[in-house]
Design a protein around this ligand. Structure first.
Ligand SMILES: [Zn+2]
Length: 268
């Protein structure tokens, strides 16, 4: 297979050609759109390479959390308990990997089509020999903007999906180990971050876990609400809120405890 020409080269050739001959036929435009699409696909790389890159990124985070012992330390539970849970955690890793691949693929398709649309819009407006005063470089920059933003978009998706992976690993660990509630941490001091107002308001508040034994058996009220009823940590795009999971009644603020809990605490 012959090596495909770089996208920017094909774009230059297309612009020069359209300027010289103008938009004189549909066939001329179609030929360039075809060539540009092929070059754009070559530029963004193969699906297999993308998948490998995402796997590497998410697996690194997974290793840190699961095999590296971060989860066990954070939740104060033994390493073998995490090990027992690993099929469940592995499934979450695959889910996040697949979601990332799908999102980035979708972005790619969209950006390529957007670039081609910009080009077509420009091309169909060309009359032979006109617009000679238009500078080539800024024109090419503007036509190829969607496709050039792809590496940035890809990084954003990986960062967001890594945050989602981490918060789901935490949730799964907590709910499988009898956590009863979670304290919201909105990362209020984070710089250069557009905090959601509603999430800042949740900072420090405590939410009961719906299926936790304490709520189920009437030892605690919902507190600020049931965690499963709200958008959780990292669910909304680029949410960097986190949770501190609570496992014992004596970690729960007094106004969230029922009489049953108070009586139980007195007896310990
Ligand atoms: Zn948030």
């Amino acid at each position: 297979m012959p090596r495909t020409k770089p996208f920017q080269t094909v774009l230059s050739e297309a612009v020069v050609d359209l300027r010289r001959y103008g938009y004189d036929s549909k066939a001329r435009l179609q030929k360039w759109v075809r060539d540009l699409r092929r070059a754009a696909r070559g530029m963004v790389g193969s699906d297999a390479a993308l998948e490998a890159e995402i796997k590497r990124a998410l697996q690194q985070s997974y290793r840190q959390q699961v095999t590296g012992g971060l989860l066990a330390r954070k939740h104060g539970i033994p390493a073998y308990t995490i090990k027992k849970l690993s099929p469940t955690l592995q499934r979450e890793l695959s889910r996040r990997t697949q979601a990332s691949v799908d999102l980035i693929r979708l972005n790619r398709t969209k950006s390529i089509e957007e670039t081609l649309q910009r080009f077509s819009g420009w091309a169909t407006a060309q009359n032979p020999g006109s617009a000679a005063d238009e500078q080539l470089r800024p024109l090419k920059t503007s036509l190829s903007k969607p496709i050039r933003s792809l590496p940035f978009e890809k990084r954003r998706v990986i960062i967001d999906q890594t945050a989602k992976l981490n918060s789901n690993l935490n949730y799964l660990t907590a709910t499988n180990n009898k956590a009863i509630a979670v304290e919201w941490y909105a990362n209020p001091d984070r710089l250069n971050y557009n905090h959601r107002k509603e999430h800042l308001e949740r900072n420090g508040k405590i939410y009961a876990l719906t299926d936790g034994w304490a709520y189920q058996k009437g030892f605690i009220t919902k507190g600020a609400g049931l965690y499963e009823d709200i958008d959780g940590f990292g669910v909304l795009p680029f949410c960097s809120c986190r949770g501190r999971y609570l496992y014992h009644l004596d970690q729960i603020p007094d106004d969230m405890l029922t009489d049953k809990a108070r009586a139980a605490l007195k007896n310990t």
